[in-house]
Design a protein around this ligand. Structure first.
Ligand code: PHE
Length: 440
């Protein structure tokens, strides 16, 4: 019960803006800047924004608020929080723990690509296939993990919080530069028309709703327990509803702006907007190599991607590290080394799957398969677990007291019923449709 969670030893706490910055860092990442625009492109352009916004409000924000509340209420990582809710449930926390570890492993592979592409923007782009079959991606993969580990091992405030204080402004400036550049290109109108005109007939296809739901989860880092972990360092004086509104709002805005950047560029240079994941690594480099000041804008663009990615990775590492620290009282440094080494090993097949080694599983590269399983299919499962367990077994009064602490906006019991019945139902529908769509 939460009363047990009263700290015996003092738990680290974010400073005033540290939490919001770090949580924005976790949410904003490759999911917003790289994945969002191509998913929009593949799902009928502007029409996609409708289910995206619906999912965002119906379960994105509620689940984010819940994770923060549970984290602060139980003062522990996701495994610890489940254990304190009910000792028998401790093991449920292992699912988000493992998911985060796996996502950390392959996400670092892609983050590593963006790191290499920062350099290529200056030296000239290597063809994507030549690049992935060279040893270079493995080098940048390990470098990314090493960098994240070096930050997380320090301590919460001097490590993650401080890094985000530098990284988030860089992200903001890079985003702004790219936006201004894109909006002055000749293809703005065509790009934005494509991006924002909803092809409403696409909405009758359930696939687009499933995609949108998955995208909301991934983008807001929901269901991985990392928000819960970040919430466990939240001071009692912070308002959870307000923080969540700011964090989700920024996350949404960045995804939206990423589209304002990508589509004008793609249309101005006559490329196909439906080019899928390779949009960032094949299409855009082709454009940057011909456009005026392309080397400058390419550098800024890939810095944007890398900064977004590394700040998300910090939260993934912390999710694992906090579990080892809270559950087994490991020193932070040892836990960080352990988690990072594990991710480096687990990520190796992903790192090699695009490297001409033909690591193909079920007809797709290994990386795509682990993304499908751990970054897509299991997410609604884990999110439902968190939602069901804490809305049913945690006393509604305790939940409401925790979420309403120092908040001007007060949730009522309806919120608890919403979490108990409506959200799980929506998640079940999402999961069922995802399974049907993927396997049938
Ligand atoms: N939200 C991050 C993004 O949009 C990804 C992420 C997933 C971060 C899971 C933490 C945990 O890129």
């Amino acid at each position: 019960m939460p009363s047990e969670s009263a700290d015996t030893t003092k738990r680290a706490e974010w400073s005033r803006y540290g939490f919001v910055l770090a949580a924005i860092g976790s949410a904003v990442g490759l999911g917003n800047i790289w994945r969002f625009p191509y998913v929009v492109g593949e799902n009928g352009g502007g029409a996609f924004l409708v289910p995206y916004i619906v999912s965002f409000f119906c379960f994105g924000i509620p689940l984010m608020v819940l994770e923060f509340t549970v984290g602060r209420g139980f003062r522990g990582s996701v495994v610890t929080a489940f254990g304190r809710l009910h000792p028998r449930l401790r093991h449920l926390g292992l699912l988000p723990f493992v998911m985060t570890l796996v996502v950390f492993s392959y996400y670092s592979v892609i983050a590593g690509w963006t790191l290499a592409y920062i350099i290529f923007s200056v030296t000239g782009y290597m063809d994507f296939e030549t690049f992935t079959s060279s040893p270079l991606p493995r080098v940048t993969f390990f470098a990314t993990i090493l960098l994240a580990g070096a930050v997380v091992k320090v301590d919460l405030k001097a490590g993650i919080e401080r890094a985000n204080r530098y990284l988030m402004p860089v992200l903001g400036v890079a985003l702004l530069i790219m936006l201004v550049q894109a909006l002055t290109l000749p293809g703005v109108q065509a790009g934005l028309a494509y991006y924002l005109t909803p092809d409403l007939s696409a909405l009758s296809d359930p696939a687009i709703w499933v995609q949108a739901a998955g995208q909301v989860f991934f983008s807001l880092s929901i269901g991985f327990g990392v928000l819960l972990t970040y919430g466990s360092y939240l001071s009692d004086s912070a308002s959870i509803p307000r923080s969540a509104a700011v964090i989700a709002g920024v996350d949404f805005l960045v995804a939206l702006v990423a589209g304002f950047i990508i589509f004008p560029i793609v249309f101005s240079f006559g490329f196909d907007p439906v080019s899928g994941p390779q949009l960032a690594f094949i299409t855009l480099p082709q454009i940057f190599s011909t456009m005026a000041f392309g080397s400058f804008f390419g550098t800024i663009f890939f810095i944007l991607l890398f900064v977004g990615a590394i700040s998300s990775i910090l939260s993934m590492v912390e999710g694992g590290v906090a579990t080892m620290v809270d559950e087994w009282a490991w020193p932070r440094e040892k836990a960080t080394i352990f988690i990072c080494t594990l991710a480096a090993l687990i990520g190796l097949p992903s790192a090699l799957s695009y490297a001409g080694y033909d690591l193909i599983l079920f007809g797709a590269p290994f990386l795509d398969n682990v993304d499908l399983l751990f970054g897509t299919l299991l997410v609604p499962v884990s999110a439902s677990m968190i939602c069901l367990a804490f809305s049913w077994l945690w006393k509604p009064e305790s939940l409401l007291t925790e979420v309403n602490k120092n908040s001007r906006f007060k949730f009522s019991r309806t919120a608890v019923y919403y979490l108990r019945y409506i959200v799980p139902l929506l998640l079940l529908v999402t999961l069922a449709s995802t399974v049907v769509r993927t396997f049938l």
